[in-house]
Design a protein around this ligand. Structure first.
Ligand SMILES: NC(=O)c1ccc[n+]([C@@H]2O[C@H](COP(=O)([O-])OP(=O)(O)OC[C@H]3O[C@@H](n4cnc5c(N)ncnc54)[C@H](O)[C@@H]3O)[C@@H](O)[C@H]2O)c1
Ligand SMILES: O=C(O)C1=N[C@H](C(=O)O)CCC1
Length: 326
């Protein structure tokens, strides 16, 4: 079991563990905090070939801001309102030339209805909090507004049911980063083609995110679902969740400038007789890949709505498969 009980300054790795900068995961060479990748990458992006109104909920948070900035640089029309928690009522957030007014949970319905009247082809992107996933989705479905759900957590089964029952359009994905989506797609493919291939293997999973992340990694859960199809038995309580900055720095190997925004994942598989092992890692610093992917998702969903595509519920693998991720 990957145990984190004693946060070791001198981490003694198991033999299978490759060493990172500080002795843990092999960390990617991330952009420094002084030159945020999001700003550089979005500034270099050519404008989207389509333009439509996009409403980003959660603009008081880190992902909300990144997505709103990416949408603006891609030439989409940012609707100047956003939902947030009660603590942020009355705030405004400046994104480029747009001043976004922040509304609390109690005015969500009135605000969204007015937005739909003014911008009938609006697409909502949600980056709020796990405990607002279901109530926000229900509202989007009730008002028939297409939405991209980037927020993880909540009751995922209920989320899908709300969309199915309402016949609304939605794109739901715990992971918007193109290369991680490709890894997830590969995992799903082998799970379908070779079910049971890893029967009897033991799985250990460790995920590390910034201390403010409230839920367990939605991406890890999606990858584990593939391992289960491959025959591994698993209980979600066994995911080792690292939220302590000291452990992240000294054990996981997260670069110091990304302690407040990273997503490191490690999956380790061992055969029943210990003679074979596999290890997979995906380590992301910052948020730019998710922000760009979220705009790709919104553009994709807008096209599906315009063409009245019958499928209606999508994930990021659909976007990747259509070649619609930059
Ligand atoms: N799908 C992906 O690729 C991806 C990538 C990164 C983050 N995420 C998920 O996105 C979510 C947000 O991440 P973040 O890093 O921006 O978090 P954050 O804490 O920086 O921002 C969340 C914001 O939501 C607001 N909020 C809280 N309760 C709310 C409510 N009831 N209604 C509306 N807003 C509310 C908070 O005030 C905060 O400003 C998390 O669930 C995270 O796991 C998903
Ligand atoms: O930073 C986060 O929070 C992230 N959440 C997603 C998840 O739960 O998998 C994706 C990675 C970043």
């Amino acid at each position: 079991m990957l145990s984190l009980r004693a946060p070791p300054r001198t981490f003694s790795p198991p033999p299978w563990r490759r060493l990172g900068r500080h002795g843990g995961f092999a960390a990617p060479r991330c952009a420094s905090a002084a030159a945020p990748a999001a700003t550089l990458e979005t500034a270099a992006s050519p404008p989207a070939s389509v333009s439509f109104p996009i409403l980003v909920n959660g603009c008081t948070g880190k992902m909300g801001v990144s997505v709103a900035e990416a949408a603006t640089s891609r030439g989409l029309h940012l609707v100047p309102v956003s939902f947030s928690s009660r603590e942020n009522l009355g705030k405004t957030i400046q994104i480029g030339d747009t001043e976004i007014e922040i509304y609390g949970p109690s005015s969500r319905e009135d605000v969204l209805s007015s937005v739909i009247d003014e911008f009938p082809d609006v697409v909502v992107v949600d980056y709020t909090a796990p405990d607002s996933v279901n109530s926000n989705a229900e509202l989007y479905c009730e008002l028939g507004v297409p939405f991209v759900m980037g927020t993880t957590g909540g009751d995922q089964q209920l989320l899908y049911k709300s969309v199915q029952d309402s016949n609304n359009y939605a794109l739901i994905s715990p992971q918007m980063g193109k290369q991680v989506v490709a890894f997830l797609a590969a995992m799903e493919t082998i799970a379908v083609q070779f079910p049971g291939a890893f029967s009897g293997y033991r799985l250990e999973v460790l995920e590390s995110h910034q201390a403010g992340k409230l839920d367990t990694s939605g991406t890890a859960k999606a990858v584990i679902a593939c391992f289960e199809k491959l025959g591994v038995s698993w209980d979600m309580d066994r995911i080792v969740k690292v939220r302590d900055p000291e452990q992240q720095l000294y054990m996981v190997g997260v670069p110091e400038e990304h302690i407040e925004g990273h997503a490191f994942h490690l999956y380790h598989l061992t055969s029943p007789d210990d003679s074979v092992s596999f290890e997979f890692q995906h380590n992301v610093c910052g948020r730019s890949i998710y922000a760009e992917g979220s705009v790709d998702a919104a553009v994709f969903l807008h096209k599906k709505v315009q063409s009245m595509d019958p499928k209606r519920i999508y994930n990021m693998i659909d976007v990747l498969q259509e070649g619609a991720m930059r």
